[in-house]
Design a protein around this ligand. Structure first.
Ligand code: MN
Length: 320
């Protein structure tokens, strides 16, 4: 069976499941990004556009920088899960699902584009050939010929744009652009979205300048350290500590670039990015995970950061 046919088979099953339940609760991963929001809220809005009588809820913590995309439903009672369909998007493993009540529903669907390291759910649609879970949701809407409101189109499009790094990663296919074109037909204001997305604070630029001043670049590995001191100096919130993960991207001769960013619990969030050499295994070795060229982990201190830098350098040597 071709992958298109296989996808269509699962999409039909997802549609059946949605039609069989009055309450549908959507989850996604902790520390959400554009794709987590795009797939979760996008699917919520899609169901509302096409099945207005259904009760559809999106749970998890709101994140400040994605306020312009939407917000979560708060105070969702446990009883809502009785006889509910639960769909988890953009989350490879159970531990990372925001709101661990995901298993309290009647039927569970996993919809994801990460490698299926932890299979879970009664029905799984996992396909790493998509740039994003948002692309999968947009594709589903396109295949089912679902109505798409401008707001729905905007939210899903934003998810694709962020995970595909503006249609630049190698997973970007004609299908990605077709889904994006289909979403654009909903009539949302593309220019307004871009202005919101790339709107920046002057203080962030100053912080970037300071991070660049202290950046290191040794043996094709670059790294920056976002300290508590810097965070406080520039009034950055802890939940914004991932925003500099691509500050060192595209530098000549730099194969891997790593960001160590302080967390509220004083551990460090590590963001691995790479031009070609897979870094997800390196992240997995430190208890994290992710995509081949974009992965993350959490470490206890900067001594561990030193080890990680060495490991990245060794990885490059091995890759030749
Ligand atoms: Mn994603």
């Amino acid at each position: 069976m071709t992958s298109t046919n296989k996808n269509m088979e699962i999409i039909k099953k997802i549609k059946q499941a949605i039609e069989s339940y009055d309450t549908i609760i959507l989850h996604r991963h902790i520390i959400p990004d554009g794709d987590a929001y795009g797939s979760q809220l996008g699917l919520k809005y899609l169901i509302q556009n096409n099945y207005p009588k259904k009760k559809v809820l999106a749970v998890g913590l709101d994140i400040n920088y994605l306020k312009f995309i939407g917000s979560m439903d708060t105070n969702v009672a446990d009883s809502k899960y009785d006889n509910a369909l639960v769909i988890v998007t953009d989350c490879a493993n159970i531990e990372r699902i925001d709101d661990q009540r995901f298993s309290m529903g009647n039927f569970l669907i996993k919809l994801d584009h990460h490698p299926n390291t932890t299979p879970y759910g009664d029905l799984l649609w996992v396909d790493t050939s998509f740039t994003s879970a948002s692309e999968m949701v947009g594709y589903l809407a396109q295949q089912l010929n679902w109505k798409i409101s401008p707001e729905t189109g905007r939210v899903i499009y934003h998810g694709i744009l962020t995970d595909s790094l503006r249609f630049s990663i190698s997973a970007t296919t004609p299908r990605t652009l077709e889904v994006a074109a289909h979403l654009l037909k909903s009539g949302f204001d593309l220019n307004a979205l871009h202005l919101q997305m790339y709107n920046k604070q002057f203080s962030d630029l100053k912080l970037q300048a300071e991070l660049m001043q202290t950046a290191n670049f040794v043996e094709q590995v670059g790294y920056i350290v976002l300290t508590d001191e810097l965070l406080k100096k520039y009034h950055l919130r802890y939940d914004e500590n991932g925003k500099f993960a691509n500050l060192l991207s595209g530098i000549d001769g730099m194969e891997i670039w790593i960001t160590f960013a302080i967390r509220e619990d004083q551990k460090y969030r590590v963001e691995f990015r790479s031009k070609r050499i897979p870094v997800n295994e390196l992240a997995t070795n430190w208890g994290g995970g992710g995509h081949k060229l974009a992965a993350g982990a959490i470490i206890d201190n900067l001594d561990q950061a030193k080890l990680i830098i060495q490991e990245a350098q060794e990885l490059i040597k091995k890759a030749g």
